[in-house]
Design a protein. Structure first.
Length: 308
């Protein structure tokens, strides 16, 4: 992964094959991680695909003109409402977003390549299931970007290979969606920083994370594990911590927290979208967490994994 998408959740998969045994097998192998719909006819599949929502229904994150602040004239920042990303995480209908089509190549009505050509205007990732005799045509389709991946059905490891491709394509679906929104802030270069990506992937793997949602321009993410438990990878810079210290410097009861933040030993997190000003000092005890240091390409960041 060369960049972290702004958000990710398991998209709906469509599987198209005229053989019931293949459909049943893929339901068994993929149905535990993804919502999966099946069609035996390519023509019926196209009708169903046209009824499904695509990413355009879930990417209205720009603030309305009456909500936005004046843009800084020296940056490409647009006014971005991170709360709208969090709204996706709270919307149970998000899993009905169709992201990947898996199709057999040899079918009675039309070939899988013909089907994928019919879907070229759709923001979908396409994986083709093929036999050895069709390999030349399939490779050409891959080289022409008509399909994104292909799997040889007769290979001994075809199912495991398909699982890897589905995982990769699901992530790539959201990466490409995010690329259209990368003018949000110059600070989002952190999402393409190799050191930060390594840290992010480690946190994802160690905590069985199945969904994630960007919550601020520093690169903090709300994470959701496979059991639905939420946590936050909170990220701050030296400037963020110094600003926090300066703002509360004259508050006597906050000094023990201020000193820890000043030494970069602990960092504040009051909740997703919660302003510390609105949190009573009597509740601050549970809002500071051990600060870990990460040296990125252009700056040092501080991070912690916090309960949500």
């Amino acid at each position: 992964m060369k960049t972290i998408p702004l958000f990710y959740f398991p998209p709906t998969l469509m599987v198209i094959d005229d053989e019931d045994t293949i459909l049943d097998l893929l339901k068994q192998e993929l149905g535990g991680q993804f919502k999966l719909i099946t069609e035996k006819s390519p023509n019926e599949a196209i009708k169903t695909i046209n009824q499904y929502k695509t990413h355009s229904a879930i990417t209205n994150f720009i603030l309305n003109s009456d909500e936005a602040d004046i843009q800084h004239e020296n940056t490409s920042m647009v006014q971005f409402d991170f709360s709208k990303i969090i709204n996706i995480a709270n919307n149970p209908d998000r899993y009905n977003t169709l992201g990947i089509v898996i199709s057999d190549h040899m079918m009675p009505d039309m070939t899988g390549i013909e089907l994928c050509k019919r879907l070229e205007n759709k923001p979908l990732k396409k994986i083709l299931l093929t036999g050895k005799a069709d390999e030349r045509k399939v490779i050409e389709a891959f080289n022409w970007n008509i399909i994104d991946r292909y799997v040889k059905k007769n290979d001994a490891n075809s199912i495991e290979e398909l699982k890897v491709y589905v995982k990769d394509m699901a992530l790539q679906y959201f990466v490409e969606l995010s690329e259209n929104l990368k003018s949000i802030s110059s600070k989002l270069t952190i999402l393409s920083d190799a050191q930060f990506i390594n840290l992010f992937n480690k946190v994802i793997d160690e905590n069985d994370i199945s969904e994630f949602y960007l919550i601020d321009k520093n690169g903090s993410y709300m994470l959701v594990d496979k059991n639905g438990k939420k946590m936050v990878l909170t990220v701050a810079t030296d400037e963020d911590l110094d600003t926090f210290n300066d703002f509360f410097a004259d508050e006597p009861t906050a000094q023990k927290y201020i000193n820890q933040v000043k030494l970069k030993q602990r960092m504040p997190f009051f909740g997703v979208g919660v302003n510390p000003v609105n949190t009573p000092l009597t509740n601050w005890e549970n809002c500071f967490f051990n600060a870990n240091t990460l040296k990125c390409d252009n700056k040092t960041i501080y991070w912690s994994l916090c309960p949500c």
